[in-house]
Design a protein around this ligand. Structure first.
Ligand SMILES: Cc1ncc(COP(=O)(O)O)c(C=O)c1O
Length: 363
């Protein structure tokens, strides 16, 4: 055991920590390797650069002297435009340092040891970690084997105060039908949080449910479709009383000034978003067809990634063999996911290399 590892277990300061923090594992983010020349398809980043409007803003228009000031604490200009785009007001939108920040606020607001959270399995693994931080029970309900929602979902999540569900789901890539989600919003006696991190690749949103249901929160991110993972911007939409109270849980200046400007410039460039999203969808469909022809089981994707099981149904082996060829994909060991790898959609060139490597391994 190294001195560092030894100190992690034996420091006299450990007794001051909340027991649930000591007991939990913490979230493991996808790897950000420093090695040059890798094809990085492991964290669902966008392969295309941000909008040219972002370059112009940072190179020509942004005045660095402004950085001496604090940013707008609630990103009002940005939130106003985001809200208006779906018929909502600025009072219906809260900005976050990425949508993980939004999720953190929601878990802090709605979960504690007496208020369980519910989610499906498999899903975004941050949810169980955030539940752990709140010392809240996390009720995980298995999806069907085709990753659709089980019939008895509402019954199983009945005890929860918050139900959080990505749509499209991650890592399984499938889209849940909006009518079914609306039924859950109407019947569930708690908050329904729909995490739309990948919604721009699906052509579907539940933003319309916000006006209709006082218990619905829809969150979004600029990390995927807007190519701004490094800038960290996400937001949530809900009725004003929920937004008002979530504001109490946020860091005072949680979205920095440059990010507010960059996100706004990017949001206004609708044509660039449309173009890059269509390219990714086109590449996704092509890659899916190629992998299927090699014997992969490819789940129907509505996101910017594929969830695909190789012909031998050994996801770990596949991830390792691809890594040997300098292609990094994400592998999730465990029940229902271990047969698969999750592959972010890259550029057509990266995809051509991936296909050639897969042909070599499995052809
Ligand atoms: C389902 C889902 N929600 C939220 C996020 C967080 O995105 P960000 O914090 O970059 O906005 C991710 C990131 O991969 C995700 O997969």
């Amino acid at each position: 055991m190294s001195t560092f590892e030894n100190s992690l277990e034996n420091s006299s300061a450990l007794k001051y920590l909340r027991p649930e923090i000591l007991a939990m594992a913490g979230y493991t983010p996808g790897e950000q390797p420093k090695i040059q020349g890798l094809i990085k398809l492991n964290t669902n980043e966008n392969p295309y650069p941000p909008s040219p409007a972002v370059y112009k803003l940072l190179k020509e228009d942004f005045d660095p002297s402004l950085l001496k000031l604090y940013p707008d604490p609630v990103a009002s200009e940005l939130c106003k435009e985001l809200g208006e785009s779906v018929g909502l007001g600025v009072e219906n939108v809260i900005a976050g340092n990425g949508s993980d920040d939004i999720l953190t606020m929601a878990f802090r607001c709605f979960c504690d040891k007496d208020r369980p959270v519910a989610c499906v399995y498999p899903t975004y693994s941050l949810y169980t970690v955030l539940a752990g931080l709140q010392n809240a029970e996390c009720i995980q309900v298995d999806l069907n084997s085709d990753f659709s929602l089980p019939e008895n979902l509402l019954e199983k999540i009945e005890k929860a105060n918050l139900f959080v569900i990505p749509n499209p789901n991650a890592p399984t890539s499938n889209l849940f039908d909006s009518k079914t989600l609306e039924k859950i919003c109407a019947s569930f006696k708690g908050i329904v949080m729909i995490d739309e991190a990948y919604a721009d690749f699906s052509g579907q949103t539940s933003a319309n449910l916000v006006k209709k249901y006082p218990n619905v929160i829809v969150s979004r991110t600029f990390s995927k479709s807007y190519s701004l993972a490094g800038a960290r911007f996400g937001y949530a939409m809900a009725q004003a009383p929920l937004i008002y109270n979530m504001m109490k849980m946020k860091d005072s200046y949680n979205v920095n000034m440059m990010t507010q400007k960059v996100a706004l410039a990017s949001f206004r460039d609708k044509e660039y978003l449309r173009k890059t999203v269509s390219l990714i969808i086109e590449t996704r469909e092509k890659l899916g067809a190629e992998l299927s022809s090699l014997g992969f089981k490819v789940e129907k994707s509505s996101a910017n990634f594929l969830f695909a099981a190789p012909p031998d149904r050994d996801g770990a082996r596949c991830a390792n063999l691809l890594r040997d060829e300098k292609i990094i994909v994400r592998y999730f060991p465990g029940r229902m996911t271990g047969e698969y790898v999750r592959i972010t959609i890259g550029t057509p060139e990266q995809t051509a290399t991936l296909i050639a490597v897969c042909r070599k391994i499995y052809g």
